[in-house]
Design a protein around this ligand. Structure first.
Ligand code: G3H
Length: 254
């Protein structure tokens, strides 16, 4: 039975990889929605993929969220000395899930350095431009994120991320009108992988990941299946780390 299950996971990995045109798909057993161990395993798998890359790279960019917090928590101690930056400006109010904090935790595990971006969501385009022009530190960190050899990010359901970011009624209308299902790196995507709304902030966006050598998305739980399809169709590259429950649902839908 165990052999059959492993075989099935392997087949799903290949199927999803081909259909979503990704470099690699890794599936851990279980369902993160209902099983804390599965969520820990998912984060651990992301952390191990990251650990394997660390010796060959200078900079890692990372997003926020509970899955990325789990990656930081399960990353083995290492001596890579890598620099870690948040992929984008900050979001939400739970400090332990913020990219700045997660970047600092990864840097501490790697005996490396970290840099923070102190920019909230919701600033106007002109204010962001002024900050980028006048604040050398912000400019430097944004450039580091955009050229980081590794980018790791979580994927959320767009309705849940809209709540977490406290989006306005008119912003939520844009999501509904565009059929948004999933969110990553501030971009909300529909089932075809079109970005229907993006938060105004600095850093890496989902559609420019081709500048990053290693792209790793980590997200699981059957409730995130549609969100994962939407986001991975928008980024159409990289490695997806997910769980069995999300993968079975994704395989049915693509
Ligand atoms: O942008 C999406 C979020 O990072 C996902 O957060 O891992 O807490 O579900 P989560």
């Amino acid at each position: 039975e165990c052999f059959l299950r492993l075989n099935r996971l392997d087949e799903m990995q290949q199927y999803i990889r081909q259909k979503l045109r990704l470099k690699e798909v890794c599936i851990v057993p279980g369902n993160c929605d209902s099983d804390k161990t599965a969520k820990d395993e998912l984060s651990r798998k992301g952390a191990l993929l990251l650990a394997d890359l660390l010796d060959g790279v200078k900079t890692v960019a990372i997003s926020g969220g509970s899955t990325m917090a789990g990656v930081a928590a399960t990353l083995p101690e290492n001596a890579s000395g890598v620099a870690v930056v948040p992929a984008r400006g900050g979001i939400g109010n739970r400090v332990e899930f913020q990219a700045n904090v997660i970047a600092a935790q990864i840097a501490s595990k790697a005996n490396g350095t970290y840099h923070m971006l102190h920019i909230p969501d919701g600033l106007s385009e002109s204010t962001l431009r002024v900050m980028l022009r006048s604040d050398m530190q912000t400019k430097k960190i944004v450039a580091m994120a955009k050229t980081a050899e590794v980018i790791l990010f979580g994927i959320g359901r767009s309705d849940i991320m809209a709540d977490r970011r406290e989006l306005t009624v008119s912003e939520r209308k844009k999501l509904a009108d565009g059929g948004a299902l999933g969110e990553a790196l501030g971009s909300y995507c529909n089932v075809s992988g079109e970005v229907v709304y993006a938060t105004n902030n600095v850093g890496i966006s989902l559609t420019e990941l081709q500048h990053n050598l290693h792209v790793i998305a980590v997200a699981g739980g059957s409730s995130k299946a549609k969100a994962i399809i939407a986001v991975m169709r928008a980024c159409h590259t990289g490695t997806l780390v997910t769980d069995e429950a999300a993968a079975s649902e994704i395989a049915k839908l693509i």
